[in-house]
Design a protein around this ligand. Structure first.
Ligand SMILES: CC(C)(CO)[C@@H](O)C(=O)NCCC(=O)O
Ligand code: NA
Length: 558
């Protein structure tokens, strides 16, 4: 799968820049392996000695769920359908305020080691195990998507062996994560975020220049109808509207920034609760910059190609290659810049995979080495054609990543909400609620996937007329659902926008959880339980604060 021959391949400078990224990431890992407490305690390895400051944490929080999938997927989406997707930025407000003022204070004061410990304190061990298993499931699938995307990119640009790139990423990532612990993960995230932003910015600047300058570029995207107005269509089956993005997106954000172990671990590693809240606030501008850069790249791509997409000209064979083709096309006279962009893609994914590794290591309390090793082994299996199909299509991957957050993260969010906001909920309700949420999620998610399958395969030739969603709610990305067939009944449920998955599935858990709790009756004063928990942990916090002033000799790293 190579780009056409007219496209310049990597030069030596490009390889050097790309290698520098991997070397620098390794170096940061090694630095934290040999400084500070040398990663000898779980406190340091998992929680960076609870000494992190807000700026690196916020960049790291942003980087965790920003992988190459978003960097390639968002521009492809904006190129095809305009800037409607940008409205997801609205969901960041509540999606970060709620974690900052509800989840962080609770988790921070409970002095948890893993966020799933809350489930044990609030319900029982069984609920914790169910929650943990669900989380592992979510992160492993997500990592698969995240690791595959930049490998595919490198393969397209350089012909570098696909699974070789997957293994190289896995290996580098595993090493620095295992050696340097959370400190290394956070500081590589910071470095990788800088590389990510620089790479995107470079492409945008060169692209605007090629399109004839800012004002020309603006006129082209405006006349091409790529600047979308706010779409207030209340129909929940329309993929991207203000409601699906701005409201459905809040639930997506809550599942990621409120209750996901990778993020909670970062909040918990802050020096103070205030600093944790601040870092959550700081994620807002960081996420907005990331969103802006990827949307701008889509617009610049449109300004350069208009409706003569390289796909239509058959220079490339899938939407997947759109951004890469654009990058190679624009940057071929700038040696080093293609390398910078590939480094940008790998940065985005390394920062995601390392966070996932570290959080998985924490919840399972097995070493990162073994988590990495298992993943590495799994990823070297030959994948079935079905999976290849999903992975090879970027629009699918983009949707897949966000769908996983909603399908598996959503029920988890529901489980936590059930515990936090409903004192009357009991353990049986929690377990059955979670199960119901997962069933609902896979029913709707897979049902939706299958019912859209035929139309998703076909590639829609871009026509020269305005295809902005506002004018045509039936445009669903690359696939067009027949305008006449407004889905009814089960099909209506199946065509629910994937942006609502998190909201639907978390509500299912809460509702079913409450019903079962009422049915199974007698609760042992759970209202008091939280108060007891608070007082208990207040005392323990004071004790640990005293303890931490003494030199620690807690258990060795697992
Ligand atoms: C999850 C959000 C929406 C958070 O802003 C964004 O980072 C995104 O679109 N992520 C896609 C998945 C990924 O890049 O791995
Ligand atoms: Na990332």
């Amino acid at each position: 799968m190579h780009l056409v021959d007219s496209i310049a391949y990597f030069t030596i400078i490009d390889y050097v820049i790309f290698a520098l990224l991997l070397v620098a990431s390794m170096a940061i890992g090694l630095y934290y392996a040999f400084t500070g407490g040398r990663q000898r305690t779980t406190q340091e390895f998992m929680y960076a000695d609870r000494s992190m400051k807000c700026l690196p944490l916020s960049l790291s929080l942003m980087a965790t769920f920003q992988s190459a999938v978003a960097i390639i997927g968002t521009p492809a989406e904006v190129y095809a359908n305009g800037t409607q997707y940008w409205f997801i930025g609205c969901s960041y407000i509540l999606g970060l305020l709620i974690p900052a003022h509800i989840f962080i204070p609770l988790f921070y004061r409970l002095h948890l080691t893993s966020v799933y410990q809350y489930l044990e304190l609030r319900f029982c061990k069984a609920v914790r195990i169910c929650g943990t298993v669900t989380f592992i499931f979510q992160m492993v699938i997500y990592m698969g998507v995240g690791i595959y995307t930049p490998a595919l990119a490198l393969n397209a640009v350089t012909g570098f062996h696909l699974w070789g790139a997957v293994l190289a990423t896995g290996l580098v990532c595993t090493l620095y994560t295992a050696l340097g612990g959370l400190k290394a993960v956070v500081w590589t995230d910071v470095f990788q975020t800088v590389v990510m932003f620089t790479g995107q910015l470079a492409v945008i600047i060169v692209g605007v220049h090629q399109a004839g300058g800012l004002s020309d570029a603006w006129v082209k995207v405006r006349d091409g109808g790529r600047i979308s107005g706010i779409d207030l269509n209340p129909d929940p089956t329309v993929r991207h509207t203000f409601w699906t993005l701005g409201v459905g997106g809040v639930f997506l954000m809550l599942s990621l920034y409120g209750v996901n172990q990778a993020q909670v671990q970062r909040y918990l590693s802050s020096r103070t609760e205030k600093e944790a809240v601040m870092s959550c606030y700081m994620v807002f501008p960081c996420l907005q910059v990331a969103l802006m850069l990827s949307c701008l790249m889509g617009l610049v791509m449109y300004a350069c190609y208009g409706n003569n997409s390289p796909l239509e000209q058959q220079y490339i064979t899938s939407k997947d290659q759109m951004v890469l083709y654009f990058v190679m096309d624009m940057l071929q006279n700038f040696p080093g810049l293609p390398g910078l962009f590939v480094a940008c893609l790998f940065s985005a994914s390394l920062s995601t995979i390392s966070s996932a590794f570290n959080s998985l290591a924490t919840v399972t309390m097995v070493s990162t080495f073994s988590a990495g090793f298992h993943f590495w082994m799994n990823s070297s299996f030959k994948e079935p054609p079905f999976i290849t199909f999903i992975f090879k299509n970027v629009v699918f991957r983009f949707k897949a990543a966000l769908s996983i957050f909603g399908m598996v993260g959503g029920p988890l969010l529901g489980l936590f909400c059930l515990g936090i906001f409903f004192p009357c909920a009991n353990s049986i309700g929690a377990v059955i609620g979670l199960a119901a949420g997962l069933v609902m999620s896979f029913w709707v998610g897979i049902g939706g996937f299958l019912s859209r399958m035929p139309s998703s395969v076909q590639v829609l030739p871009l026509n020269s007329t305005n295809t902005v969603p506002a004018a045509s709610g039936n445009i669903t990305g690359p696939a067009v659902i027949d305008a006449a067939s407004r889905p009814v009944g089960l099909n209506g449920l199946y065509s629910l926008s994937y942006m609502w998955y998190s909201a639907l599935n978390s509500s299912t858990v809460v509702l079913i959880g409450l019903v079962i709790s009422f049915m199974t009756g007698k609760k042992h004063g759970p209202e008091e339980l939280l108060i007891v928990l608070y007082t208990y942990t207040e005392e323990r916090n004071q004790k640990t604060q005293l303890d931490s002033q003494k030199p620690s000799n807690s258990s060795a790293r697992t």
